[in-house]
Design a protein around this ligand. Structure first.
Ligand code: PLP
Length: 399
């Protein structure tokens, strides 16, 4: 009999971390691997934020804090929601955790009972279904087509609701597609959710600031009748290039926030006091660099989308946000590489691309939609140029 619990057996390790691990091994064996598989900006954390952390250390802010965040950070978060999203929260409606991932984990584990269903539009961020499974719930995966820019339609939503639906997760801008829901699209989905009053909405806004071409970000809690049932999660990892600092937060109904705090009090206690001080500066300090960095991201996105679409057999949408694209590679299925290995699916495609041409990407099936692969363009233009050449050569080598 295995020591491992039944609940843990229901889940798998994060596939994006698995690909990255393989790339690290190839690199260690001397191969010149270009990693386009990780979900983190290549930029450094801005200096003013680093300085705030150094100051906190020097001032002795190195002790336990309140479980779900210092009052100063909660105030900065309340202010952020007011200023950027026109949403009013009290500090009891805010929870801070060790990264956005812990916040989502807390929310789902603290609220899901066995057999509760969670609607997850696919392609999705890899952790949602596994956290739901760990909690004993049922991920209700709804495949969203390329023709709808990988977004769930009101019709799909309506059909997927049952009496057991507890949550729906909306992620905009999306990881892995970069797709962004417009205000109108969210209002259409919202009209269905207004009629189904038992459903809670988890809005994952972690890529809120990484948007292009003046896309107007809107979050579903801004729909008046839905705010009381919406937990809006966000964090500093992506917008402020702070993935290693591990700070995420959420705003929503006090009852959920309290339950999340109880769970966190019996697991990690508070997020790092120093990282919290840095997050205060991230939210309250200058935001100018976000605009500058988005300019660089946009240039890379345009280059990557154009290069991929020039490759015979690949087609790629141009999304309005995040730093990912999600090209279609299904035309290569049943083709063989030079050594005669057959590509049966997207996993074979990315595996052979990594093994033969040393470019690390992630198969679409890891995100719940087969026939695609995710390219993260959060890396230098120089590397992207080489990577695009290699992807082209790889595709041309298949017959
Ligand atoms: N949500 C989405 C859509 C993400 O892509 C990520 C990170 O990759 C997270 C949440 C978690 O962010 P964090 O690194 O703050 O835990």
């Amino acid at each position: 009999m295995s020591i491992v619990s039944n609940s843990l057996k229901r889940i798998k390790p994060s596939p994006t971390i698995a690909v990255t691990q393989k790339a690290i091994e190839l690199k260690a064996s001397g191969k010149d691997v270009i990693g386009l598989s990780m979900g983190e900006p290549d930029f450094d954390t801005p200096d003013n934020i680093k300085e705030a952390a150094i100051t906190a250390i020097k001032k002795g802010e190195t002790k336990y804090t309140s479980v779900d965040g210092t009052l100063t950070l909660k105030r900065a978060i309340v202010n952020k929601f007011k200023k950027e999203n026109n949403l009013n929260y009290k500090s009891e409606e805010i929870s801070v955790g060790t990264g956005g991932k812990q916040v989502i984990y807390n929310a789902l584990i603290a609220t899901i009972n066995p057999l509760d269903e969670v609607i997850i539009p696919a392609p999705f961020w890899v952790s949602y279904p596994d956290i739901v499974l760990l909690a004993g719930g049922i991920p209700k995966i709804i495949k969203c087509s390329e023709k709808n820019q990988f977004k769930i339609t009101p019709d799909q939503l309506e059909k997927s609701i049952t009496k057991n639906t507890k949550w729906i997760i909306i992620n905009s801008p999306s990881n892995p597609t970069g797709a962004c829901y417009t205000q109108k699209e969210l209002e259409s989905l919202g009209n269905i959710l207004k009629k189904n009053k038992n459903i809670f909405i988890l809005s994952d806004d972690i890529y809120e600031h990484i948007i292009y071409e003046n896309f107007k970000f809107f979050t579903i809690a801004q729909i008046k009748d839905l705010k009381d049932r919406t937990l809006t999660m966000n964090g500093v990892s992506k917008s402020y290039a702070m993935t290693g600092w591990r700070i995420g937060y959420a705003a929503g109904p006090a009852e959920i926030i309290k339950a999340m705090r109880k769970l966190q009090s019996q697991s990690t206690t508070n997020p790092s006091s120093i990282s919290q001080a840095a997050a205060v500066e991230a939210l309250n300090g200058t935001q100018n660099f976000i605009f500058e960095r988005n300019k660089a991201f946009k240039e890379r996105r345009d280059y990557v989308v154009e290069s991929l679409n020039k490759i015979d057999g690949i087609s790629c949408l141009k999304p309005k946000g995040a730093f990912y694209v999600f090209p279609n590679c299904s035309k290569f299925f049943n083709k063989k590489d030079k050594s005669g290995k057959k590509i049966k699916n997207d996993e074979d495609f990315v595996t052979l691309l990594l093994e033969n041409y040393f470019v690390a990407t992630v198969q679409g099936s890891a995100f719940g939609l087969e026939g695609y692969f995710r390219v993260s363009y959060a890396t230098s233009m120089e590397k992207l140029k080489i990577a695009m050449e290699r992807i082209k050569s790889f595709c041309e080598s298949l017959s």
